[in-house]
Design a protein around this ligand. Sequence first.
Ligand code: SAM
Length: 218
Amino acid sequence: MSSTYSNRQYDLARGQLVDILRSRGIEDTGVLDAIGSIPRHVFVQDVFRPRAYEDSALPIACQQTISQPYTVAFMTQLLQVRRGDKVLEIGTGSGYQACVLAQMGARVFTIERHFDLLEEARTRFDELGYNVASKVGDGTIGWSQFAPYSGIIVTAGAPDIPQSLLRQLDDGGRLVIPVGDQGSQTMILVERRGDEFVQGRHAGFKFVPLVGKEGWRK
Ligand code: SAM
């Protein structure tokens, strides 16, 4: 893209991104439609707007990142979001993932440890018209006030699965979390079936660290 962009150019680029995600195996039409409708360029700093529809993670403030679109799509597909689901996100970051979930009809709760990031994300929620509940805090201990959740998505790399998050998962609910060392993580899907927690594992990913009581210490 050149250095000036029209909405039409962004729309075209967004459509091409959806094609890339489809070609990489994303089949959930709810996920693809959400990514096809949300203006990702609004979630990145001006200097990165020309790259907003590349399938890559990009820097945001506080030395954090907005995740790669493929990663957002893959994790959201694993969650199997249905309209009306109550979903908790840990790691609001730019707010993009929260908007994908809200666009799919979920009732979204999101926690971010950096106040400045959350303030910016809240502005985007308001400007784009998404109703997302959010707070600053340590997401490793969840948000018990609104539990149980039908889905929990952790968008930072954890050393282990926080027990607090498992406790806040509804029966039949799904938790998606990257777990590993700080260099790379395996995407883990946990499905709660009564008192049983069934795990599935998926290919390698790389996230910024989940920092908190039940995460990495600073
Ligand atoms: N989901 C975000 C988006 O759509 O832009 C990207 C998230 S970024 C890869 C990971 C985020 O997790 C960072 O903003 C980081 O500050 C946040 N984070 C790390 N540990 C956290 C914790 N214990 N509680 C809440 N947020 C945390």
